[in-house]
Design a protein around this ligand. Structure first.
Ligand code: GLU
Ligand code: MG
Length: 450
């Protein structure tokens, strides 16, 4: 996994992988959707993959913005040698994370480069960002009629959180997954059944931000591969079922200064947020609408970020732009020394979502914003009771989030015009395709109604 400054001798690296039986490097990058792409290349030519990069036709990859001809038509995925590690479930293969380059320069539409740029702003302050990512996901399968269904028809409790029977029935996949993650250096902490039928969560230890993002992409790739071997689909769709909770991808965020002090902790009362922590949270809330476009980037994401009834009693998904101490009904849950950012869902590009989140938090600090007092209510209850003012809501659909990103000049300036242009164009096309569809709900409701 990528760690800062972990320089190493390339020839020694090749030799050591060769000694482990590795002959092929799975050189992987992500497209603008955060989906893993790449190719298999021979280990023996590692120096080429590191110094020049593995070559790809640029316009064949979502969101590169590269032309069809000329020197910049080639996307070069430069292997980050410190990320190389043998894949335990694919004998002979080692995985490597790549950075996007074109024409010999870092590619401005490469989301990993975006995160590195934001991270460099922390270097100036001597700070390190740690992120703990909490992946929730569904295990699905295709029905004989071609539809989607929970993979396990016995997994049907009304309140399925922590259901051991359903967890144990997935032991073939989850057991192999756990084993692979452990072999890949994931310090796993827990695996449980979540609050929807067919929904699970796997937790592992936090990491430095870029390493955490790299790790999550690897996590997904391993999950997809191993789930398919068991005839399952590992689904990152945020909300497959309207009457059950959706999947979040919460980020636990903390900053440490050069002496290792928690920047978000108030020195006078470490259980409380420092002024810097308050300002970071205020930045997240201030840019919350635009951040939604990057952290919750699909049409389906907004079915999760809604005040929906669920069979289990709640959805735990954020709806209002508020923060509160250990308050899971808020967009930002604050904890001693860290914050939980509950907006992201697993359809996001983790690099872009993290880069944008960091940019928004730093903007809050640079402007000295104050998030105000934390919310002490259960916001779902407050909304149900009615009659009381609610905090401002998150965007209700992808179009509103995209509008907000278009209107948020400060955030767009941090992410850069090239990335934003590609992202917005692709996401507006996705919205237009959705807007051009007619759902079963509409037909049922309107066909004979008037
Ligand atoms: N599934 C919830 C979400 O969509 C989160 C549940 C939890 O807090 O673990 O954000
Ligand atoms: Mg959870």
């Amino acid at each position: 996994m990528a760690h800062r400054g972990s320089g190493m001798n390339l020839d020694a690296r090749v030799q050591s992988l060769h000694d482990q039986g590795v002959h092929t490097v799975l050189a992987q990058f992500v497209d603008i959707h955060g989906v893993a792409k790449g190719k298999w290349v021979p280990l023996g030519r590692l120096r080429d993959w590191v110094e020049v990069g593995a070559g790809f036709a640029g316009p064949s990859i979502w969101g590169t913005g590269l032309p069809r001809h000329g020197p910049r038509s080639e996307y070069h995925g430069r292997v980050q040698p410190e990320s190389l590690q043998a894949l335990p479930f694919m004998p002979g293969f080692a995985h490597a994370v790549c950075d996007g380059y074109a024409g010999g320069e870092p590619l401005s539409t490469c989301s990993r480069q975006l995160l590195k740029t934001q991270r460099a702003r922390l270097d100036e302050r001597g700070w390190t960002l740690s992120v703990g990512i909490e992946p929730e996901f569904f295990l699905l399968s295709r029905s004989p009629q071609g539809g989607w269904q929970p993979a396990d028809s016995l997994d049907r409790l009304e309140k399925p959180s922590y259901d051991l029977k359903s967890l144990n029935r997935q032991a073939a996949f989850l057991g192999a997954f756990r084993q692979a993650l452990a072999a890949l250096g994931f310090d796993w902490e827990q695996i449980d059944h979540e609050d929807a039928c067919g929904q699970f969560e796997v937790n592992y230890r936090h990491d430095e931000a870029l390493a955490a993002a790299d790790r999550y992409v690897l996590f997904k790739m391993v999950a997809h591969t191993l789930a398919e071997r068991e005839g399952l689909v590992f689904s990152c769709m945020p909300k497959p079922y309207p009457d059950m909770p959706g999947s979040g991808l919460h980020f636990h965020i903390s900053l440490a200064d050069a002496d290792g002090r928690a920047v978000f902790s108030d020195p006078a009362d470490p259980a409380r947020l420092s002024a810097d922590g308050q300002a970071f949270v205020a930045g997240l809330l201030d840019h919350g609408d635009a951040l939604s476009a990057l952290c919750a980037p699909t049409v389906n994401s907004y079915r999760r970020l809604a005040l929906a009834r669920s069979r289990s009693g709640t959805t735990w998904a954020p709806v209002w732009k508020a923060h509160g101490e250990n308050n899971r009904t808020c967009l930002v849950r604050t904890l001693p020394g860290r914050i939980e950012w509950r907006l992201p869902d697993p359809s996001c590009n983790v690099y872009a979502a993290m880069a944008a989140t960091l940019a928004a938090g730093l903007d809050g600090m640079d402007r000295g914003l104050n998030a105000g007092p934390g919310c002490v209510d259960d916001l779902y209850e407050r909304a149900a009771a009615g009659g009381q003012p609610m905090p401002p809501r998150l965007p209700r659909d992808l179009a509103a989030a995209l509008d907000a990103l278009e209107g948020d000049r400060a955030l767009r300036a941090q992410l850069g015009p090239d990335f934003c242009e590609q992202f917005l164009a692709i996401k507006w096309r996705e919205w237009d395709a959705y807007a051009g569809s007619v759902s079963d709900w509409e037909l049922e409701r309107y066909a004979a109604a008037f």
